[in-house]
Design a protein around this ligand. Sequence first.
Ligand SMILES: Cc1cc2nc3c(=O)[nH]c(=O)nc-3n(C[C@H](O)[C@H](O)[C@H](O)COP(=O)(O)OP(=O)(O)OC[C@H]3O[C@@H](n4cnc5c(N)ncnc54)[C@H](O)[C@@H]3O)c2cc1C
Length: 318
Amino acid sequence: MSILIYTEHQDGKFKKNSLEAISYGVAIATQTGTDAYALVAGSTSATLSDLGNYGVKKVFHVATDNNNLSDTKFMSALVAQVAQEQQTDLVIFSNTLSAKGIAPRVAVKLKAGMISGAVDLPDTSNGFIVKKNVFSGKAVTEIKVLTANKVITLNANAFEVKETGGSAEIINLTPTLPVSSITITAVNKTAGEIPLAEAERVISGGRGLKGPENWGMIEELAKLTGAATACSRAVADAHWRPHHEHVGQTGLAISPNLYFAVGISGAIQHLAGVNRSKTIVVINKDPEAPFFKAADYGIVGDAFEVMPKIIQAVKELG
Ligand SMILES: Cc1cc2nc3c(=O)[nH]c(=O)nc-3n(C[C@H](O)[C@H](O)[C@H](O)COP(=O)(O)OP(=O)(O)OC[C@H]3O[C@@H](n4cnc5c(N)ncnc54)[C@H](O)[C@@H]3O)c2cc1C
């Protein structure tokens, strides 16, 4: 079995999620005694051979207009064709928004069994068994993939980036590709913020903060700790914060190393999007708030008294 890792890039850089996917693919290759290769499409100012530093031996590069990277039909044709031509039988993606569109299409084209949202290395001692979270993160299931070809998407922050040293050989490929059916007319980016989906730390606020005018302390703590900001759905619905910050069952599902929840009750629909976080800290004035059951650390107190003290303490720590 050899392994192909679709490696996303943005603004000239490889995203941390992509490097996690590479490290994951390389670890499976080591475990099964095979090779792992990266696939990069489009142009990036990053040096492709540097991906060898994460353990891949070769980087397959397909030149294409970067606008095509958002076209899931186009990209699934590209990835599937490279997988077929290079005879790789496991294709790995980071479980990003774009991979959610591309990976299932690749699985259909390759007649592959697919696992979305893997959270650990597969058990390859007797077949190929992959772990993933189910029931909004309340349980973990193990799924045996029986097909010869396999597609896996890896959850963000589920596997650590590992630097191995080394440089990869770059191989330029020119697969026969369909004409993209999409024309991108404008790209609007939220500038200067840490993308919530891949943030390692998240400071989040709920209705307990009383109004949008009180978000200064959330933003200040986020800035001091290099965190992204998030909110409950109640907050986004009230237009206190933009909807792209809303986490939960109907919002973004995230898995940062630290989720810091201020004035959020911890309703089941909210927990569904955040309970994969490694460490959860909750500040709530109600000791019976359900969020405390999911918290690693809890502070029972008024956010307007507690937050300034935490901000001060973080400042003193430098
Ligand atoms: C189908 C469906 C899908 C949903 N999807 C989502 C989703 O994706 N994400 C989501 O978040 N919600 C979702 N909800 C809504 C969810 O059920 C809750 O209503 C919502 O999460 C509540 O938001 P909240 O905790 O900010 O507000 P509240 O429930 O009003 O809780 C506010 C909390 O702040 C505390 N508090 C008040 N004042 C202070 C203070 N001064 N200091 C400290 N603490 C204080 C209170 O004790 C309380 O626990 C969904 C609901 C449904 C029915």
